[in-house]
Design a protein around this ligand. Structure first.
Ligand code: SF4
Length: 63
């Protein structure tokens, strides 16, 4: 199973919550979050990042 990480950069307020729970795949650059990988084999902590994001700008899709 593989997953695609979808991220709405427009909505991101750069709060860093996703980085706090999932630094493995999320980093802050110029005041916005960025996923290091957008295709992953396991959801891993990306699921926590999606749940914790106050703007709901992270979602995970099966591919
Ligand atoms: S938790 Fe959401 S709003 Fe906050 S930095 Fe991450 S993607 Fe942006």
């Amino acid at each position: 199973m593989a997953y695609k990480i979808k991220f709405n950069e427009e909505e991101c307020i750069g709060c860093g919550a996703c980085v706090a729970v999932c630094g493995e795949n999320w980093e802050l650059k110029d005041g916005k979050a960025h996923p290091k990988k957008t295709e992953v084999e396991e959801k891993g902590c990306n699921e926590d990042a999606a749940e914790t994001c106050p703007m709901n700008c992270i979602s995970i899709e099966e591919v």
